[in-house]
Design a protein around this ligand. Structure first.
Ligand code: SF4
Length: 337
């Protein structure tokens, strides 16, 4: 590993000043992805600015009912928080699907959102990768790419984003709070990650030196939510496809008042299924209506040579998740032992 300087910041101002004043700086939170990438030679920071001492680990309810989850809140603390579990089960489920307990005990909100793709060519410095080295090419396109994107990919990159948390936040209409040289700003979770286009090296709209200080999850009274993920093995692995859904129904549970649907594992960012949502809003969520809506969304898919299976997988997952939520809306949530 290349030698690097280490700065431990205790305030946001200290952290951004240290980052801005040292070329080649990276922020360090849990380090569960960054340190791995440093060992592989993919990341070669001159300085690490450690954010662990910043007062950003709280999880609190704001006066309007918004849940504010700090940027350095541990994923395990967020998944176990009573308000998260009671109000936004999709968020807890996504976090619990995301990694082992050991990793969740260290990984943070901001780090989870900013983790890099697990495309094997990105992690192998001997191969061409536009995300790691802009302009070098994309080794995945003509090689092994069954885990890669079917939606929104470009000639420059076909990678997927690995975060489960991000998918749930998009379905929950959350905002990401950022702090940088210009002060604080918020970005909708749905706009935080980018499609690759011609600049796959940029995963997000984060500006140089900005820190994820919190995520803001708005209240959704009466909404039901669910996360489901398909992966290669039963133990922890990244999503081949995943679905986060939030459903609000009419009084008898038979009409969709509002639905939010997001896919993971299919694109360079969580994929908000706006076409499917528009078709289902105001409709009765019959199996046929749900399938038609999901298929209309996935008609945009452009599978690669080896990953057409993802389209059917995502369709079946989404249909199952929406059917489960529709049943809950009519019968009440399942009892936990
Ligand atoms: Fe790199 Fe993206 Fe191609 Fe993977 S898919 S090799 S991350 S450019």
């Amino acid at each position: 590993m290349k030698p690097f300087a280490y700065v431990r910041a205790t305030t946001l101002q200290e952290a951004t000043a240290a980052h801005a004043g040292r070329p080649g700086s990276r922020y360090l939170a849990g380090g569960t992805n960054l340190v791995d990438l440093m060992k592989l030679g993919v990341e070669r920071p001159a300085t690490l600015v450690d954010l662990a001492r910043l007062p950003l680990s709280g999880i609190e309810e704001l006066p309007d009912g918004t849940l504010r989850i700090g940027g350095t809140a541990r994923n395990s603390d967020t998944a176990a928080h009573p308000l998260v579990r009671a109000r936004h089960p999709v968020l807890a489920q996504a976090l619990l699907a995301g990694a082992s307990a050991q990793l969740r005990n260290v990984a943070t909100t901001g780090g989870n959102l900013l983790q890099r793709t697990r495309c094997p060519y990105f992690q192998d410095v001997s191969t061409a990768c536009n995300k790691r080295e802009p302009g070098s090419g994309c080794a995945a396109r003509d090689a092994v790419h069954r885990d890669h994107a079917v939606l929104g990919h470009s000639a420059h990159c076909i990678a997927t984003h690995p975060s489960d948390l991000a998918v749930a936040l998009v379905a929950l209409d959350a905002d990401i709070e950022l702090y940088g040289g210009q002060g604080t700003r918020t970005v909708p979770a749905a706009s935080f990650h980018r499609l690759p286009g011609e600049q796959p090296e940029q995963d997000t709209v984060l500006q140089h030196g900005e820190i994820v200080t919190a995520v803001l999850v708005p209240p959704a009274p009466g909404a039901l939510s669910l996360y489901r993920k398909a992966r290669e093995r039963a133990s922890y692995a990244f999503a081949l496809a995943s679905v986060a859904a939030v459903l609000e129904s009419g009084p008898d549970g038979r009409v969709v008042r509002r639905v939010a649907l997001a896919f993971g594992g299919l694109a360079h960012r969580p994929w908000r299924a706006t076409t499917a949502e528009a078709r289902l809003t105001g409709a009765e969520p019959t199996a046929e209506a749900v399938r038609e809506a999901v298929e209309a969304e996935l008609a945009q898919a452009r599978p690669l040579r080896d990953n057409a299976y993802k389209v059917a997988l995502a369709r079946n997952l989404a249909c199952d998740v929406l059917a489960a939520l529709a049943r809950q809306a009519q019968d009440g949530p399942p009892r936990t032992p």
